[in-house]
Design a protein around this ligand. Sequence first.
Ligand SMILES: [Zn+2]
Ligand SMILES: [Zn+2]
Length: 383
Amino acid sequence: MLATQDVCPSTTAHLTNEEWRGRLRQNAHVISVLMWSFAQDAAEFAKTDAWEEDGSATAIDWIRFNCNMASGAAANSVAVGETMARLPESSQALTEGEIGFAHLTTMARTADALDERFDEAPLLQKARENSPGKFYRICEHYRHAADPKRYAAEQAEQVENRYLKLSTWQDGSLMISGQLDPVGGAAFLTAVKPLARKMGADDDRSQERRYADAVVELASGGGSQAQIQVTSSVETLLGLAGAPAAEMEFSLPVSSKTIERLACDSSIARVLLDSESLVIDVGRSKRVVSEPGRRALNARDGSCRWPGCERPAWRSAAHHVIHWIHGGTTDLDNLVLLCHRHHWMVHEGNWQIVHGDDGRMLTIPPTVTFGLPRGPDQRRRES
Ligand SMILES: [Zn+2]
Ligand SMILES: [Zn+2]
């Protein structure tokens, strides 16, 4: 059994940069050659009944479990091993360090897909000249050119295979897992990525958190959609002590702060106030900012008014500086555009946003933070 010090000798402390480069290249080459040798063994192993003896469904399954490998890596090993005979020049190039095992895997998959239409020499030249990632794309183009029908069929199959699993946990959180085909995935990323960018130098949210925020923002549809249905008492909407939580479709009971935010720009379809079974159809009441009013607000603010934020108007909500539940009007001087995140910070996050003397908006952090994130643009605001 190898010990860590055999593979990672502790003599690297004084390596020069050039020695570091050589060391990493050399080790990567050794790994590639070992993977290549492993692939040959894996293909031979697949021909035996050793894996069946152990009760595995496939040789790949046996390798995955017994060699501590991800299923993709195990499958690649067998595939490369089985195709090796058709890739003599590529094998040679690998042992000479011209290409890596990742190149060889792509080569093998391409040879598999194209059968007799596969031509090793020109592709190997491309492999020598390009990184594995780029080479993969080149091979995709090559496969499309050689067999467009099969390529299209594979893409159609990827669409058939896409899925999204949604399961609600006991605490009401939604677990999401799934898979999208490349085209669907690209559409998703095109919508989500711009919303998941860092908002200012002090935005210390992780990338995963920003993706999650972006998906919620996308689903919330900025400030204009009226879809969510809630049932709330007047006391809850007023945030009075002792008031119950509000009921919201597809959710566990939600806090009065959240209802306050949803009611603020009326992204809820209706509020059913239950004390006297009074139904206020927010969608048609005067509390909603009218179309011309909203256009005037968009023209005045242009984007989210949080200092340093540039989320466009169509992605922002019309925030009532004094909430309509407390008698605030829908007049322009009581309204300010806030994007999804900053609207959340004002209501649930307890930040305040006020008009400064010079007409600019000032933000005031909550006095008790409970670990809430700092405002993304605090540094800029204070400077
Ligand atoms: Zn608001
Ligand atoms: Zn904003």
